[in-house]
Write a protein that binds this ligand. Structure first.
Ligand code: AR6
Length: 180
């Protein structure tokens, strides 16, 4: 089946999907960037939920993800994924980023969620080069959706023009390759 992937430019906190992904850090205690925006929009319930997870499981290492309620967000749940910090590319950053996307998709599927939205994990404070990260995001999601029944649809929520254009180009290329 042809994967349902959409690219939009905007703020992930406004997305009416089953689950949104947060670009978190191992502490799960919030931060800046998309993490800060999600915690502000969700309200204090989200931090409480993260504290509970933290008490049960400890820190969330890079490449891993956990799921919580979504507080005041329009989404039903939040998956907190920890991407790699970019150190130049020779510290397994690519495989850790791919693992983070795969773990998010698996968690959404395990919870029966059909629609999910991703930000561009690691491409802000964590410094991952945007084009390289976008390739991993599109390839990993495309492959997963081609093989599994859930989630049914993924939306990449891009915050800036550059990221939006990168994703659009990659997705078009991927679709053309499939059709040729
Ligand atoms: N909606 C969608 N995307 C957004 C939004 C938003 N509201 N706000 C920012 N972005 P970052 P990271 C984009 O730095 O690199 C936090 O402090 C942003 O333009 O949020 O994984 C955490 O606690 C960029 O493209 O996450 C960690 O300590 C992308 O989201 C650390 O930052 C990711 O940027 C994680 O760093």
């Amino acid at each position: 089946m042809k994967p349902q992937i959409e690219i939009i430019q905007g703020d992930i906190t406004t997305m009416h999907v089953d689950v949104i992904v947060n670009a978190a850090n191992p502490s799960l205690m919030g931060g800046g960037g998309v993490d800060g925006a999600i915690h502000r929009a969700a309200g204090p319930q989200l931090l409480e939920a993260c504290k509970t997870v933290r008490q049960q499981q400890g820190e969330c290492p890079p490449g891993h993800a956990v799921i919580t309620l979504a507080g005041n967000l329009p989404a039903r749940a939040v998956i907190h994924a920890v991407g790699p910090v970019w150190h130049g590319g020779d510290r397994h950053e690519a495989s850790i980023l791919e693992e983070a996307y795969r773990n998010c998709l698996r968690l959404a599927a395990d919870n029966g969620y059909k629609t999910m939205a991703f930000p561009a994990i690691s491409t802000g404070v964590y410094g991952y080069p945007k084009a390289a990260a976008a390739t991993i995001a599109v390839e990993t999601v495309y492959r997963y959706l081609s093989l599994k029944p859930l989630p049914e649809k993924v939306i990449f929520v891009c915050f800036d023009d550059d990221t939006t254009h990168l994703y659009q180009r990659l997705l078009t290329q991927r679709r053309q390759e499939l059709e040729s």
